[in-house]
Each structure stands twice: as C-alpha cells, then as structure tokens.
Design a protein around this ligand. Sequence first.
Ligand SMILES: O=C(O)CCC(=O)C(=O)O
Length: 378
Amino acid sequence: MRYHKKPFVLGEITPPRFHVDDAAGIKAQLEVEGFVCIAECLNAEERDYARDLLWNHLGGDECSQMTQTRPVGWKRNDVTTWTRGHGDGLMTSTCHCDSMWFARTRPGVIAGFQAAYQEQDLTAAFDRMSINLPTATQNEGVLQRLASTNHAHGRLNMQELHTHKNSYYDERNGAPFTDFYSIIPLWDMNQGTGATAIVPGSHKLVEEIQEMRARNWEVEEDVKSSTKKDWWATRKWVGEGEPDEDAEQFTSLGLTPCVTNVKAGDMVIFDTALFHAGCAAADPTGVTGNGTDQLLRAVYIMGMTPTRLKTSRELHARRLAYELDLPWYPDHDHQRITEQVFSQHTSQGGDVRSVRQFSEASPEVQLLIDPTFTRANT
Ligand SMILES: O=C(O)CCC(=O)C(=O)O
C-alpha cells in the first residue's frame, strides 16, 4: 500500500467478450456502449510470438536502423536493466517495430475493425505501444508516474478522461462519420496492473459532459500554451480537488466511469467519441499481476480507417512515412503530415534518410499502408 495513497475512485468492469464473427453483435455493442471487447483477436500462439517480437525490440535485437528514441540495453530476464533510453508509457519507437506490424496484420485484428466499420478495405494508422514497467526497475519514468498519481484534481488517478470526437475523420468530406481505434493488451490488464478506463455510453453525451467539465475549470483563454506543462498552467480547478469531483461529472449524467479488466490478446475497440483514459496501476509492483520481474502492462494502440477516406497523395505519403520511420497517429492533421513527408523524403527532393523500403515490406504490411499501390502492382 506504500504507493497507493488513496482508494481508487473507479470500479472495475469485465466487458462481455464478442466473437469476431459476430459482426452484428459488435456493431450493436459499439452503438449502445461506445466500445466492444472482441475475444482473442490474437490467439495464444500469436500473442506469445508478439511478446517475443516485442522483446526483440526492447532488447535492441531488431530495427537497429530506427530513428526514434528507444530502450537501450534492456534484457528480458533482468528487470534492473530496463532503465536506459526510455521511461514508462508511450513508446514511439514501437510504431513500426516487428511486433506492432505483426499485430496489425493478424486476421483477427483486421476482422475486428472490419466488423466495427462494416467495411472491408482499411488502412492502418502508425500508432505506438504503451509499455508500463514495475517498480523493481526503478526506471525514472516509473518513479515519476508513481509520484504523479493521486492527482489533486481533474484526472482521477490517471490521465484526464478524454474524448477524441471530431479529431479523426468524423467530419471529413462533409459527411458525419464514426471512426474507431483499439487497444490490445499483450498481458492481462486490470485495475491492479493499470488499465484503460472508459465511460460506457459517454460517446452519446459528449457535449453535455464537456459542459459539465467546463464548470470545474477556470481557463485563461488568451494565454497561448505550446507545451503540455503550459497548457495545465493556464487551467485552475474549481473545487476541493477530490477525485470524486471528476467522477461526479459523469455520474450526475447517469454514466459510470470504470477501469477495464481485459484478457491478453483481446481487442477493445472504441468509438473515438467515448471518454477514456489510461488509469494508473493499483499495484505498481506487479506482485498481483504479471510478477515483479515482468512488464506491468503492454498495450498496442491501434487505429484503422476505411481506405476510401484517404486521398491518393496521402496514401503516397504513407508509403514514404513508413520508409522514414515516422509515426502517423489516427488523430494527426493528415494534410500537414502529408506535406511534411513530401518535403523530407529523398525521392521528392528532401534530405532525410529512409530507414527501410516499402517495396521490401511483406504484402500484408503493404496492404495496410497503401492498398491501392499494392493492388496496382500485383
Ligand atoms: O493507455 C491507455 O490505456 C489509454 C491511452 C489513451 O488514452 C489514448 O490512446 O488516447
């Protein structure tokens, strides 16, 4: 209990698990609850292989050409080596690592997104993994996370519950559009290990929730903030600062925020409007989870979108971004990143070195980057 200063505010739910072939059930659950848990999108064999591939990345045995900051010298069997090169949480170097691409191209994962969209032709975002480490590592990022849990206000025991509504493709092409992204844990995740918290049904009440939340924040509107730290500095919480005040903004609307209990290899797909957040571990030592000498939590964050929403220039830029080792999150400004990639890639007159070739990627990977190119060339 040393690290757990106050009781958790949120309860835990174990969502019903849908079979990936149950497209109607998946669609209905997404519409009603705003999220759906699909069982075994990675089967046991795939999950174990994906773990091995992840450790190839964490141990530095693959992708030495990658440009992103990444772990240095981590040994799978020695938790005390998990300190250099990277801290705790989002790990951008995983965007194009073998484990991530292996997971993206699994038939169960693609079928899950196809069921959600009820469309077949999808492209993948170049999103990353979140890797949380147990306290035995004494990794600086872990110690910082422990120190910053039990926030005074506004963020329960985690990130602030947030929505991505309208930040992806919703209003693109002038038509309302619901898009989805997912989280796949590689080890069981729950309140003990830290897990994704969600607010079932909140995708239908985004404006009402935002209004409730705005009442508790005094914001300096005219101050420009370029960093996350500045951004928080322009906001002052109105209230006692008790975590319950955050939950109350949802419960007063009849909603119940909760932490999810999800099995390794299952995929939780979200309507991007759904309020959610990464919730800190109740047991950051790992004793009650995977063990003190194992990863506390490792999740793939994964986005897929119908190919028809992409312009041909954007699809071309995706091939180049893959070569340049760039992330391309689902909520990024697609036009801006397209232009950035075109200005950097040597094939377009830029001077940034490619670290891999699209032409050498497997057909499964190519299909998820630019299916139009792949089909035209086969
Ligand atoms: O770490 C998590 O479980 C949540 C991540 C998250 O909030 C996001 O991807 O927007």
